[in-house]
Design a protein. Structure first.
Length: 318
């Protein structure tokens, strides 16, 4: 336990220094950047950089219009971008790395393939440029936007540990800021940005695991229909999060972002788009994947579906 503690402590400080160097570089090049999750979120919510633990990557939020400039700056400084398996129309994140550094996950969107551009514009509109105690300048979400973003992160978590960590984040945020939040404004934003059910899911989970005193009107205003409430409670409840079971594997190996899009979909066209993306991605996406590129297209789709479902029954990779 002691060794694990010191390892986590050292990892947090190493990641924070790398994150600071990255933000300083981008700030000098006039690229607006919001650090997501990691040590900056830990410091903002818990008061220190070590409390949340660390991931294997550093997440940053960048405007799409700055993508080419970002590529040039990072490439000139020794970073190499990994080839993306997405088409440009669906591109919402990329990753890059440099020797001896942690992976950088660059997000341009929180929805896959830019489903709600109004949400991205709103997140940036609520962001404010700050200067920390070390003189480092960067942007960060406003209070309302941060809660909405953390709710989306919780819903798209691809394992129980991450999900539990985001529940703790949401709960601690509510303990600090619940009474000062303009809940009418929050509800208006999640409705406009098609993130209402994600907020409901996050607040419900936090309320089930902790004793949060939220206004009843908040839950009533974000509550989805009966079918979606059953769907949410089936895959997002205490048992699924805290225990290893079939539903947990279904979320980890197959559902994840698909769950997020299904609960937020509100029309037949949106449901079909989710199904099509999940089961029948574009041909160029399939051809870019070495596991499928040498086979006929119909065989590629069948193999992809088989591989996805086979992961439900055991933990190994196929």
């Amino acid at each position: 336990m002691k060794e694990a503690y010191f390892y986590s402590l050292g990892s947090a400080h190493c990641q924070h220094r790398e994150s600071q160097d990255l933000l300083k570089l981008l700030s000098e090049k006039d690229i607006a950047v919001i650090p997501l999750k990691g040590t900056f979120l830990s410091k903002r919510i818990y008061g220190c950089i070590e409390s949340r633990g660390t991931n294997i990557d550093v997440d940053i939020f960048i405007k799409w219009n700055d993508r080419e400039k970002l590529h040039n700056v990072l490439t000139e400084n020794g970073y190499v971008f990994s080839p993306s398996e997405e088409t440009k129309d669906w591109l919402w994140q990329e990753n890059c790395t440099s020797p001896g550094s942690q992976l950088i996950d660059v997000l341009y969107d929180i929805w896959l393939r830019g489903t709600c551009k109004e949400a991205i514009a709103g997140l940036w509109a609520g962001a404010r440029r700050v200067t920390d105690g070390d003189g480092l300048k960067y942007y960060r979400f406003g209070q309302e936007e941060l809660l909405i973003y953390m709710s989306q992160c919780l819903v798209t978590s691809d394992d129980g540990y991450k999900c539990l960590k985001y529940i703790c984040d949401v709960n601690e945020f509510l303990n600090l800021h619940s009474r000062e939040l303009d809940w009418e404004s929050v509800i208006e934003k999640v409705k406009k940005w098609h993130l209402r059910r994600s907020l409901y899911t996050a607040l419900s989970l936090a309320g089930n695991l902790y004793d949060n005193d939220l206004p009843p009107s908040v839950m009533n205003s974000t509550k989805p229909g009966l079918f979606k409430r059953i769907f949410i409670k089936t895959f997002f409840n205490r048992k699924v999060i805290l225990k290893e079971n079939f539903r947990r594997r279904f979320m980890d190996k197959f559902l994840s972002y698909t769950f997020f899009e299904l609960i937020e979909a509100s029309s037949a066209a949106e449901y079909w788009r989710v199904v099509k993306r999940t089961l029948l991605p574009p041909k160029e996406v399939m051809l870019s994947n070495k596991n499928y590129s040498s086979k006929p297209l119909y065989a590629e789709y069948a193999l992809r579906l088989f591989r996805s479902f086979s992961r439900l029954f055991y933990d190994g990779q196929v």
